[in-house]
Design a protein around this ligand. Structure first.
Ligand code: SF4
Ligand code: SF4
Length: 387
């Protein structure tokens, strides 16, 4: 089988953040250091070689970039400053753009101008819709539903959720197709099902990350992920419970409620957990990036900053809305709600299918596929032996 090389690959990858790759002389220190590298899925040296040689198809079919959680140990041990950890990160950005069939992700990652324009445009559209279309505000009490009725807002939520789910799932399907290739249809369904628990475990716990020497980045990652997942599940849970779509309107079943639950109500406690987890995780990551306190914070792509800024603004405006609702200040609540939506919606619309949040899907899927492949190879080997 002939192997195609792409002489422009290195140049293309530089736009995604690949750096110092030519410094690598393949001593293998990085792979020996990496706590997550295995004999079946060895990295990062192999990926450095693929980039140097322009092996685009090999990179496209590699699950290895997703098996790396960017602890940065390999970059510290590299004698040539070839930054294997950062290069794995840059390859993940590149893969995200390859999985995305719309081409949007590539533009988002490779042009800062496009990134700012996309975020600004979505934010402005959301702000204009909220300012132009609203009901009669209750000026006595802070009641969001008097201005933007929940049953209308939630129809918008459902539509947006449907579009985002379609984009993310179709991109994830391409990720699966690239990684498994022809094997996709050959692997028996029973193997896919028997390994499904891996997908759930790795999605919920990121437990591989905890195998790295410095466990703090894992903890920060887990805080951000669980904080976000809690909000997401609350929104989805309430949308699913939103039986108003079949004609029954009940405010208790909606995410956007004017009811304030008692302090120890489980929903309020979950809300506090997600706010704390996001605020803590994002603040830690921002300070780390400013101080370059860890190897994984040494390099920052513009999209890394944009992701953290949008997430932090969403969290802060969410906290402020909660406070103004508690002290019952109508106008500040309504103004903050508009700002909150202007940062939260672009983050969801652009980051979930096209950028950083998509990693939440691709990483556990890639880990799952390596387990599926290993189980298939083991099964095929044992049937050959039996024959
Ligand atoms: S990236 Fe550094 S440590 Fe890894 S093989 Fe290359 S030179 Fe060696
Ligand atoms: S950054 Fe950490 S997990 Fe990633 S390749 Fe390097 S040592 Fe392995």
């Amino acid at each position: 089988m002939s192997i195609k090389t792409d002489p422009n690959l290195k140049k293309e990858l530089r736009e995604f953040g690949v750096t110092n790759v030519d410094n690598c002389y393949h001593c293998g220190n990085c792979t020996a250091t990496c706590p997550l590298s295995t004999s079946d899925n060895s990295f990062p040296r192999k990926m450095m070689k693929y980039v140097q040689m322009g092996l685009k198809d090999k990179i496209k079919a590699s699950p290895e970039p997703w098996l790396c959680y960017y602890c940065g140990d390999c970059s510290v041990k590299c004698p040539r400053g070839a930054e294997p950890g950062e290069n794995m990160m840059a390859i993940r950005r590149y893969l995200t753009s390859l999985y995305d069939w719309t081409g949007f992700s590539k533009k988002f990652y490779t042009s800062e101008k496009f990134e700012y324009l996309a975020i600004g445009t979505v934010g402005l559209i959301v702000g204009l819709i909220l300012i132009l279309f609203h009901g009669t505000p209750d000026m006595e009490h802070a009641k969001l539903n008097s201005v933007w009725p929940a049953h209308i807002v939630e129809i918008g939520d459902v539509l947006m959720g449907g579009v985002l789910a379609f984009l993310l799932l179709s991109n994830t399907w391409r990720c699966i197709s690239f990684i498994l290739g022809d094997l996709k249809s050959k692997i028996p369904m029973g193997i896919y099902i028997s390994q499904a628990k891996e997908l759930i475990i790795h999605f919920l716990t990121q437990k591989k990350f905890a195998e790295c020497e410095d466990r703090m980045p894992w903890f920060v990652h887990l805080m951000i992920m669980t904080g976000y997942a809690t909000v997401f599940l609350l929104v989805v849970g309430f949308l699913a419970g939103g039986i108003h779509f079949i004609g029954l309107y009940d405010e208790r079943l909606m995410f956007q409620r004017d009811i304030i639950y008692p302090l120890y109500h489980p929903i309020r406690l979950l809300g506090y957990y997600s706010t704390f987890a996001l605020f803590y995780g994002v603040t830690y990551a921002m300070i780390g990036r400013l101080k370059k306190s860890k190897p994984s914070y040494k390099f920052s792509h513009s999209t890394d900053w944009m992701f953290l800024i949008l997430l932090q603004l969403t969290t802060l405006t969410g906290i402020l809305i909660h406070v103004t609702r508690l002290v019952d200040l109508p106008m500040p609540t309504y103004a903050l709600y508009v700002i909150h939506m202007m940062v939260c919606i672009p983050m969801l619309v652009l980051e979930v299918p096209f950028a950083k949040w998509a990693h939440l899907a691709y990483r556990p899927v890639a880990i799952y596929l390596t387990k599926v492949k290993a189980a298939y190879v083991a099964q095929a080997g044992s049937s050959e032996t039996a024959e």
